[in-house]
Design a protein around this ligand. Structure first.
Ligand SMILES: *Cc1c(COP(=O)(O)O)cnc(C)c1O
Length: 404
C-alpha cells in the first residue's frame, strides 16, 4: 500500500466539527449569517428583504453619518489605506496620537490608548496589568473579552453574582489576606440585559479594600453620561475608576476600542498590551472617522443625538409595555424580550424577520442555557413610525408563540 493510499482512507481529523455542527443544526440553534446589502441603517435590506433594523449597536446612527464619511474619505486621500505596521514599530501615525488625546480630553482623564477593537482593549489590558499572583473579581455577566483577558492573565478569578455588591464584598473579605493585587471589574452597561452596573458601590468597595477599579463601557460609550461620556460620568464617579474601557465600534460608528486612565497606565500599556504590540494599528480612514465622531459628541449636535436616542428608547419601551411585553432588567436602549428556550427564540426572530423586523435571538453560549431571548436595540436614527410599526409586528408575531 502506498503512502498516498493510506492517506485517502484515513478519517478526516476534523470530522468531529461536522458532527458538532450537524447536532446544532438538528437542534435549531445554528442560525445562518444575515447579509446586509447596502448601509447599516434603521431600515435596511438583509438577505434581500427590507426590515426595520433593531439588531445593530449603531446607537447614534453614525455608521452612515456624512461628517464621519467625509473625514474618512479625506484621510484615505491624504494618508492612504493602511498604517503599515504595529504601533510600536512604524505604525503610529499622528492621527492615532491626536485621536488618543482627543478621547482623553473628552473623558476628562490624563491619557488614552486606542486598540483595534473593544475586545482587544479588554483582553490586552487585563492580561497586561494583572499576573498569576493576582486576583480578579468579576461580575458573572461580564463580556467575553474580559473573561478571556482574565484567563490570559493567569490570575485567580472569582465571580460575583450579577450586580450583587454584597457578594462582591464577601469575596473581598474571604481574600482579605490575599497577597497579590486585586481588580474589581464590571461592564458599565450589560449587553444582554441592558442594565447598568452599580458603579458607585463597587468604587466604595475598591477603595475600602485597596483594589484597582475597572469598567468596560462598550455599551455606555456614546450612550450614558453627558454627550455619551460613559458610566463614570453618568454616576459622577470621576477619579474613582482607574481603568475605563470603551469601544469605537458601537455608538461611535466605526471600529476600535480604547482604554482611559493615568498617563503611566497608558505608557505601560504601550509597552505591554499584546494586541497593541503585535497587531497592526487602525487605517487612517478608521482613526479619522472616530475623531470626527468625538468632535460631534463634544458639540451641541452630539448631545442632541444622545437625547434623541433616549427619547426613542422611552417611546419604544412604552409602546412595547402597552402590548404586554416585560423587560424588567433594561435601563438602556437594549431591550431584551425573554423567551427561555433557545430554539424558540430563534423561531421568534425568524418569524419577525419574515414580518419585516430584524431583532436577533441570543441563546447559549452568549447567555446561559434556558435564558434565551430576543434582543431589540433602539437608535437615535429610528423614526417614531419605525418603532411603532416594529412594536406592532413584535406583538403580532409573539402572540401565537405564547411569548407576550
Ligand atoms: C461589544 C463589546 C465589546 C467588544 O467591542 P468591539 O469593539 O466590538 O470589539 C467589549 N465589551 C462589551 C461589554 C461589549 O458589549
Amino acid at each position: 500500500m502506498s503512502e498516498t493510499g493510506a492517506m485517502t482512507t484515513k478519517r478526516n481529523p476534523l470530522e468531529y466539527v461536522t458532527e458538532a455542527l450537524n447536532e446544532l443544526r438538528a437542534k435549531g440553534v445554528a442560525p445562518k449569517l444575515r447579509v446586509l446589502e447596502g448601509e447599516q441603517k434603521p431600515v435596511c435590506v438583509f438577505d434581500g428583504r427590507e426590515v426595520i433594523n433593531l439588531a445593530s449597536n449603531n446607537y447614534l446612527g453614525l455608521t452612515s453619518d456624512k461628517r464621519l464619511r467625509k473625514a474618512s474619505i479625506e484621510a484615505v486621500r491624504k494618508l492612504g489605506v493602511g498604517a503599515g505596521a504595529v504601533r510600536t514599530i512604524a505604525g503610529t501615525m499622528k492621527l492615532h496620537m491626536d485621536l488618543e488625546e482627543q478621547i482623553a480630553k473628552f473623558k476628562n482623564v490624563e491619557a488614552c490608548v486606542v486598540f483595534q477593537s473593544g475586545f482587544t482593549a479588554n483582553a490586552g489590558t487585563v492580561s497586561a496589568v494583572l499576573g498569576k499572583e493576582d486576583l480578579i473579581i468579576s461580575d458573572e455577566l461580564n463580556h467575553a473579552s474580559i473573561i478571556d483577558g482574565a484567563r490570559l492573565s493567569k490570575a485567580t478569578i472569582k465571580v460575583f453574582k450579577h450586580k450583587d455588591v454584597a457578594d462582591c464584598e464577601r469575596i473581598l473579605q474571604e481574600h482579605a489576606s490575599f497577597p497579590g493585587k486585586k481588580l474589581i471589574i464590571t461592564d458599565g452597561v450589560f449587553s444582554m440585559d441592558g442594565d447598568i452596573a452599580p458603579l458607585p458601590e463597587l468604587c466604595d468597595l475598591a477603595e475600602k479594600y485597596g483594589c484597582i477599579m475597572m469598567v468596560d463601557d462598550a455599551h455606555a460609550s456614546g450612550v450614558l453620561g453627558r454627550g455619551g461620556r460613559g458610566t463614570v460620568d453618568h454616576h459622577q464617579c470621576h477619579g474613582r475608576v482607574h481603568i475605563q474601557v470603551g469601544t469605537l465600534s458601537k455608538a461611535i460608528g466605526s471600529m476600535g476600542g480604547y482604554v482611559c486612565g493615568s498617563r503611566d497606565l497608558i505608557d505601560f500599556l504601550y509597552l505591554r498590551a499584546r494586541p497593541f504590540l503585535f497587531s497592526t494599528s487602525h487605517p487612517p480612514a478608521t482613526a479619522a472617522a472616530c475623531a470626527a465622531a468625538f468632535a460631534l459628541l463634544d458639540s451641541p449636535d452630539g448631545e442632541k443625538l444622545v437625547k434623541k436616542l433616549w427619547a426613542n428608547t422611552k417611546f419604544f419601551k412604552r409602546e412595547l409595555k402597552k402590548r404586554g411585553f416585560q423587560f424588567k432588567t433594561s435601563e438602556t436602549p437594549i431591550v431584551p424580550i425573554h423567551v427561555g428556550d433557545g430554539a424558540k427564540a430563534y423561531e421568534f426572530s425568524r418569524k419577525l424577520f419574515e414580518a419585516g423586523v430584524f431583532a436577533p435571538a441570543v441563546a447559549y453560549p452568549t447567555v446561559a442555557e434556558g435564558k434565551a431571548r430576543l434582543r431589540a436595540m433602539v437608535s437615535a436614527a429610528h423614526k417614531r413610525e419605525h418603532l411603532l410599526k416594529a412594536a406592532n409586528i413584535l406583538a403580532e408575531v409573539a402572540k401565537p408563540l405564547g411569548i407576550a
